[in-house]
Write a protein that binds this ligand. Structure first.
Ligand code: GAL
Length: 647
């Protein structure tokens, strides 16, 4: 059982040196124990090529460390300095329109550029040599937010050359590639690997198998890029290596990057994400504008808990209005405390706020910090101090396995982007719909990677939308004793992106075939006999197994064989809640219908209720004001609502 901790992101290079000691002392007074620095400071670490200036960083680390803070030191590879571009004019990424993405912001590099990869190894090695044994440096962050600003996919000459080499290593012969891609179609056959371009700027859609391999390749390039720095740092340090991932980004396989690191962290901006990345519609955005989508944070906490091999953190927690969403409201008072507690109830080891002080200059001058640009505390500082006191009293909870597993597979996201078959089919969205449905029943969930070899003794596992079976999942299913829910679209392709000749779902011991599929426009939903409807997606089924639900026009909606159930469509919210409670019941899980806008999370002995509503609600005899929480250890309430009216 570890005691959760709090931290903050700090940029000593933005402030006069005389201020560092006071800042450090103030951080400690606020109850913070971690501070992340350095991740954008390359132009100060190495102002001229091969000319390092470590003096300021030595003193900054000393000032923070001597005040009692543990330092996370970032490698600055998300922001190569301008001289780097003069050294490698061809290092930039290219967008799908074939334009170079220029210097003047950040992340201006192509993952495939070998010269830049060597520079990253060089700076990471130099940092490792200098600070690897520094007692204040207690963790490292490699780069910053891979893929941010749409940077995973690059259509540069460097990417093209690397893609050809990747294809040749995979297929060995061009005829094997032609067969796997089905290039006989439209006379797309190639004579040599050198003839293959990247799949952009084609007349109409490129071959989805070509796109799929480009997506796999692009993800592998992120993994390889990260590994270069892991290998540079490991010989010099034994403290954990971390990366900070983002919300709703599926462009690369985070599980694969995470396998080389120790801790997974993510950057949680609930209000920014609600405005920027939600499918839930305008009324929902208005209702939760100052609180955030009540499930979005939880989903990512669960996802990144699975990505981390040795713990997970929130590296950047929104503290006030951000600067990058279509609208940037301030959180309701209390929300920063709620978000912090929520992360802890999902097992976070550290929650670190972004950033210490609002910068008065450059791109993010409109982004709040814990302090205002004048150095005074922003209102949120009191919440941070409060939550740090509360955590000290409550402590942590032992890690536990959730009774429910939900498989999340990045490759499926790429597959359905390559071939959505409907403008509304989106892999993240179907996974998230299932996740939201489970949360409406008060259930806690573990996210599982597609490399999961055993579902252990979980009661219920769900695998919606999986494009192609992995050998590991097939093995896990074989030995599984709980309820298994698969579909729609699960197992509908071979790894080569072809329809399996035995037809989907292509699952042994399950005599069911998807004979045809259709996507549904809004207004053409297909009602289910027992309530709710299929929306967006529907499949026609041939089976000798038992049909356990039907559509109102008598087509199979769910087919079951013992404890395996195939879902022949995308349930709307009403059908989702009903079906998930049916599966939860057969799995012997006890559910709790949760009031609108409230969420529950169980973690070991802790049970947290959060009021995401902008209005007060009653729960278990208490009144919860907006942003209030109610925390139980076992059956005993240990944190009461702010203005508790005890039952
Ligand atoms: C994150 C990023 C930070 C900062 C922040 C602003 O995506 O890692 O550097 O830009 O957003 O919200």
């Amino acid at each position: 059982m570890t005691q959760p901790e709090l931290g903050v992101c700090y940029y000593p290079e933005h402030w006069p040196e005389e201020q560092w000691v006071k800042d450090a002392t103030d951080m400690v007074s606020a109850g913070l124990t971690w501070v992340r620095i350095g991740e954008f400071a390359w132009s100060r670490m190495e102002p001229k090529p091969d000319l390092f200036d470590w003096g300021w960083l030595d003193r900054a680390i000393a000032a923070l460390g001597e005040a009692g803070l543990k330092v996370v030191l970032g490698t600055p590879t998300a922001t190569p300095p301008r001289w780097m571009l003069s050294r490698y004019p061809d290092m930039l990424a290219y967008d799908a329109e074939g334009h170079a993405r220029k210097f003047g912001s950040r992340r201006h590099y192509c993952f495939s550029h070998e010269g830049y990869q060597k520079e990253c190894a060089r700076i990471a090695t130099a940092l490792g040599e200098r600070y690897g044994q520094n007692s204040h440096v207690r963790a490292w962050q490699i780069d910053n937010e891979y893929g941010c600003h749409d940077t995973t996919l690059s259509y540069s000459p460097a990417a093209q050359a690397a893609f050809r080499a990747w294809l040749e290593a995979k297929y060995k012969t061009i005829s094997a590639l032609n067969a796997a891609w089905g290039n006989v179609f439209w006379s797309m056959e190639y004579g040599t690997f050198d003839e293959i371009d990247l799949p952009n700027l084609t007349v109409t859609e490129p071959n989805p198998a070509h796109v799929m391999d480009f997506r796999r390749f692009s993800s592998d390039q992120v993994v390889a890029f990260n590994r270069v720095q892991v290998e540079a740092l490991r010989p010099h340090t034994s403290v954990p290596l971390i990366h900070n991932y983002m919300g709703r980004i599926t462009d690369f396989d985070h599980f694969a990057v995470g396998a080389d690191l120790d801790i997974a962290s993510w950057d949680s901006y609930p209000l920014g994400f609600l405005e920027d990345r939600s499918d839930q519609g305008e009324a929902f955005k208005t209702e939760f504008a100052r609180q955030g989508d009540p499930d979005f944070q939880a989903f990512h906490h669960d996802l990144y808990r699975a990505v981390g091999t040795d713990g997970w953190w929130v590296m950047e927690q929104q503290p006030g209005p951000v600067n990058w969403a279509p609208y940037n409201p301030a959180p309701l008072p209390g929300m920063v405390r709620l978000w912090t507690w929520e992360a802890i109830a999902h097992g976070a080891d550290v929650v670190s706020y972004f950033r210490w002080r609002q910068a008065p200059f450059a791109q993010e001058q409109m982004h709040a910090g814990l302090q205002r640009p004048d150095g005074e505390d922003a209102n949120v500082m009191a919440e941070v101090s409060r939550v740090s006191g509360e955590i000290a009293n409550v402590g942590g909870a032992k890690k536990t396995m959730a009774p429910i597993g939900l498989v999340f597979d990045y490759a499926s996201a790429w597959a359905w982007e390559a071939q959505p078959q409907s403008q509304s089919f989106n892999y993240f969205r179907i996974i998230y719909d299932v996740y939201r449905g489970l949360r409406r029943l008060g259930l806690s969930v573990d996210i599982l990677p597609p490399t999961t070899e055993s579902f252990s003794d979980r009661a219920l596992v769900l695998i919606p939308g999986l494009f192609s079976w992995t050998p590991e999942l097939l093995a896990a299913i074989e030995g599984f004793k709980g309820e298994l829910v698969i579909g729609p679209r699960t197992g509908s392709k071979t790894p080569d992106f072809q329809i399996p000749t035995s037809l989907p779902p292509n699952l042994p011991h399950f005599d069911t075939r998807v004979s045809a599929v259709e996507s549904l426009r809004p207004g053409t939903e297909i009602a289910l006999r027992e309530g709710g409807a299929f929306q967006l997606w529907h499949e026609f089924i041939e089976t000798t197994e038992t049909v356990t639900e039907r559509t109102t026009d008598d087509q199979p909606a769910i087919v079951s064989h013992e404890r395996t159930h195939y879902l022949a469509g995308w349930p709307d919210d009403a059908a989702m809640t009903r079906l998930l409670s049916r599966f939860a019941q057969t799995a012997d899980l006890s559910t709790e219908p949760i009031p609108h806008g409230v969420r529950r999370r169980d973690w070991g002995a802790l049970r947290l209720y959060m009021n995401y509503n902008a209005t007060a609600i009653s729960l278990h005899g208490y009144t919860l004001q907006p942003a209030d929480i109610l925390l139980f250890r076992g059956d005993t309430p240990i944190i009461f609502p702010t203005q508790a009216t005890t039952p």
